[in-house]
Ligand binder design. Structure first.
Ligand SMILES: NC(=O)c1ccc[n+]([C@@H]2O[C@H](COP(=O)([O-])OP(=O)(O)OC[C@H]3O[C@@H](n4cnc5c(N)ncnc54)[C@H](OP(=O)(O)O)[C@@H]3O)[C@@H](O)[C@H]2O)c1
Length: 346
């Protein structure tokens, strides 16, 4: 591979095994060659993917960072990609090129996309099947677009698909200041629930209130759950973003027939099952990739409707350049006091 730069376009002359020369367009991408700490994220120059058939080539303007990206990077996740891998499941950008069977998108269109098990978002370009690409409304920035799919579809799966949330119910979003928590608060308010949201910093509490929670409490303050119950009563639904810390306590603040959605978990926890028995409560595991195609479609329809109606508004906490990916991966796990989504930009 011989790198060249022509009119600021990065190119490389590639000679294949048969001695045939090809001029390849190149892009910047953050790749992982071995699983490990944040330092394994390397910004490299590699060929832009070629597309055909139903694929859309997206010029990525922003890639969302999900905590799952860090679990994959470290090798501790159920669905691991082949190496070398480009991580990143949520992107927003513009359509660069479409395959011959693509019907609904054209060059230049603003879009967001979900890359799911395929990953690939931490790159200047990504190829994605048309079914996983959605139009991005002009009122949303690219950085917000990179915080749409996973946060809102996860919130829908937890609240609607699993817990069957209904207007008038009392909901606790335990950990409401991150990307998924914000989405859960906005979705629940659109459905007419009363929402209590928690955060671990004053900025986080302010944000959770601003995105629509009726009451906010700091999960780093002693006695906050008792304080919440004194203010609003016990909960019909708990959307749990850190179950390994909170599940035992959640079981003490539930109403009869309550539902708990286990969305986030980073370890083990001791619980008293008698509390589930006495309340006849249901504890749901929530895993996005277990969605049936009907469930996935219902969540996408709700997301697109929420974008059109205006209640879907991702909050971007911070943008990092590709070269800062190791820092971003450190921050999403270790920095206390989330205020929305972290995003990478080329
Ligand atoms: N099951 C699935 O399919 C699925 C899909 C997507 C995401 N997830 C998981 O859902 C979780 C949230 O994702 P995200 O993208 O929103 O992450 P994020 O943006 O990093 O947010 C993390 C949230 O957890 C909160 N938190 C920290 N300590 C807490 C505590 N003691 N009690 C309650 N909350 C606490 C944080 O609040 P402060 O920083 O303000 O303390 C913040 O609101 C992650 O564990 C992620 O892996 C699961």
């Amino acid at each position: 591979m011989f790198p060249l730069t022509v009119n600021r376009l990065s190119l490389a002359l590639y000679v294949d095994k048969r001695g045939m020369a090809q001029l390849l367009k190149m892009m910047k991408a953050v790749r992982v060659h071995k699983f490990g700490g944040p330092e394994v994220l390397k910004t490299e120059t590699i060929p832009i993917p070629s597309i055909k058939h139903n694929k859309v080539l997206i010029h990525v303007r922003a890639a969302g960072i999900n905590p799952a990206d860090t679990y994959i990077r470290s090798g501790g996740y159920g669905l691991l990609p082949e190496l070398p891998a480009i991580l990143g499941k949520d992107v927003a950008g513009e359509v660069e090129e479409v395959g011959e069977t693509v019907k609904n998108f054209k060059k230049g269109q603003r879009v967001f996309a979900e890359l799911q098990e395929r990953n690939g978002g931490y790159a200047e370009y990504v190829a994605c099947p048309e079914d996983n690409v959605f139009p991005l409304a002009h009122r949303l920035t690219f950085a917000q677009g990179a915080g749409l799919y996973i946060p809102y579809v996860t919130a829908y799966r937890g609240l609607v698909t699993k817990c069957k949330a209904k207007a008038g119910q009392l909901l606790l979003v335990h950990g409401a200041s991150g990307a998924v928590g914000v989405a859960a608060v906005q979705l629940a308010k659109s459905l007419g629930l009363t929402v209590v949201g928690t955060a671990g910093s004053s900025e986080g509490l302010e944000l959770v209130k601003k995105v629509g929670a009726d009451h906010v409490f700091n999960h780093r303050t002693d006695g906050y759950l008792e304080g919440a119950v004194k203010t609003v009563g016990k909960f019909d639904i708990i959307f749990e973003n850190l179950s390994n810390v909170n599940l035992g306590a959640d079981l003490t603040v539930m109403n009869k027939n309550a539902s708990i959605a286990i969305v986030g978990c980073r370890g083990t926890v001791e619980i008293n099952p008698r509390l589930i028995m006495q309340a006849e409560a249901t504890v749901h595991g929530v895993f996005l990739y277990n969605s049936t195609s009907e469930e996935r479609q219902a969540a996408i329809d709700n997301l697109l409707e929420g974008i059109a109606k205006g209640w879907v508004n991702p909050v971007v906490a911070k943008e990092y350049k590709f070269e800062e990916a190791p820092q971003a991966h450190h921050d999403i796990i270790h920095t206390k006091g989330a205020t929305g989504r972290l995003v990478l930009t080329p």
